[in-house]
Design a protein around this ligand. Structure first.
Ligand code: ATP
Ligand code: MN
Length: 282
């Protein structure tokens, strides 16, 4: 009996030591990732161990050297200003594992043929969201659409081109004066994304478009879906509404919705299910 207890004790002690050692290692890692003491405290409160490991791995594979500070903290993600070893800036978007908001947004994933394996646990969902944003940005970037260039993703983290100067993000359209040329650029971007990348943004608004050196950049692609998604046309119609309402409010002459949708859909082969529905309606 005594022997039995001792046998159990020893490994217990060893693992306590191991635990302390691990805690020390994590502390060291966080120091490497974030230099600022205050930021580090928040960082430790907000992110779980796995997320901090993922960031450490990304830093080790030279996707960035360290994080300078947080740019934005939303309900689902925090965006950090990261610094690469060559001195260039990157945006590091970290999806929160603890966010409860994802459930509402499952409709943006279910039915997208690109994502068929859907994990329901909170880490799985955060990782899926990061993978989805990266994939969307890649498809858009590959056809030359104006979006932040995606650089890497791992776990629940996406690293992308920083749009702005020295950690200061370019203002979104809601904070800028806009012109007819801006509207036409946004329409062109929408066309490239829809026709060439075969993606619908699905959360397009003046808050998810930046103006940087007179160029309109679309971002925040976590919700974006394949044009094959069963709700793609609904999302597209809403995107066009949001775009038009915003520019119209700002006094810009807009292209009428039906005309814009028709021009977007010119030459696009709708998915089989959609075509069948449309011919039934005729
Ligand atoms: P929200 O919930 O507010 O929509 P979000 O969590 O979906 O935010 P994004 O909309 O992608 O995250 O980004 C939030 C903010 O972070 C942007 O408004 C912008 O200021 C900054 N940001 C995001 N991506 C970049 C980038 N690539 N370069 C520079 N700043 C960026
Ligand atoms: Mn956003």
């Amino acid at each position: 009996m005594v022997k039995h207890l001792r046998e159990r004790d020893e490994p217990g002690e060893v693992s306590l030591q191991k635990f302390h050692k691990q805690a020390e290692e994590i502390d060291k890692r966080d120091r490497v990732i974030l230099k600022n003491e205050e930021e580090r405290e928040v960082f430790e409160e907000v992110f779980d161990r796995r997320t901090r490991m993922v960031l450490y791995d990304l830093a080790n594979s030279d996707e960035f050297s360290y994080l300078n500070g947080v740019i934005s903290s939303g309900k689902e993600a925090r965006v950090y200003w990261g610094m690469r070893s060559d001195g260039t800036d990157v945006a590091v978007k970290i999806y929160l594992v603890a966010s409860s908001d994802y459930k509402k947004r499952m409709q943006y994933v279910v039915g997208d043929p690109r994502f068929t394996k859907i994990r329901k646990d909170s880490r799985g969902v955060a990782e899926l969201w990061a993978r989805k944003e990266f994939t969307n940005l890649k498809q858009c970037s590959d056809v030359g659409a104006p979006v932040p260039r995606p650089l890497a993703f791992l776990g629940n983290v996406v690293v992308m081109q920083f749009i702005g100067i020295k950690g200061l993000p370019a203002p979104t359209l809601v904070d800028r004066e806009v012109t007819k040329a801006d509207y036409l650029q946004a329409v062109k971007a929408l066309k490239q994304i829809y026709q060439k990348a075969q993606i619908v943004h699905a959360d397009l608004s003046e808050y998810n478009m930046m103006k940087y050196e007179d160029r309109i950049i679309l971002f925040d692609f976590g919700s974006a879906v394949s044009i094959q998604h069963p709700l793609a046309q609904e999302f597209l119609s809403r995107d066009v509404d949001n775009l038009n309402h915003f520019f119209e409010k700002r006094g810009i002459r807009i292209i009428e919705k039906e005309k814009l949708l028709a021009s977007l859909n010119r030459g696009v082969t709708l998915p089989e299910s959609r075509r069948m529905l449309e011919s039934e309606e005729d």
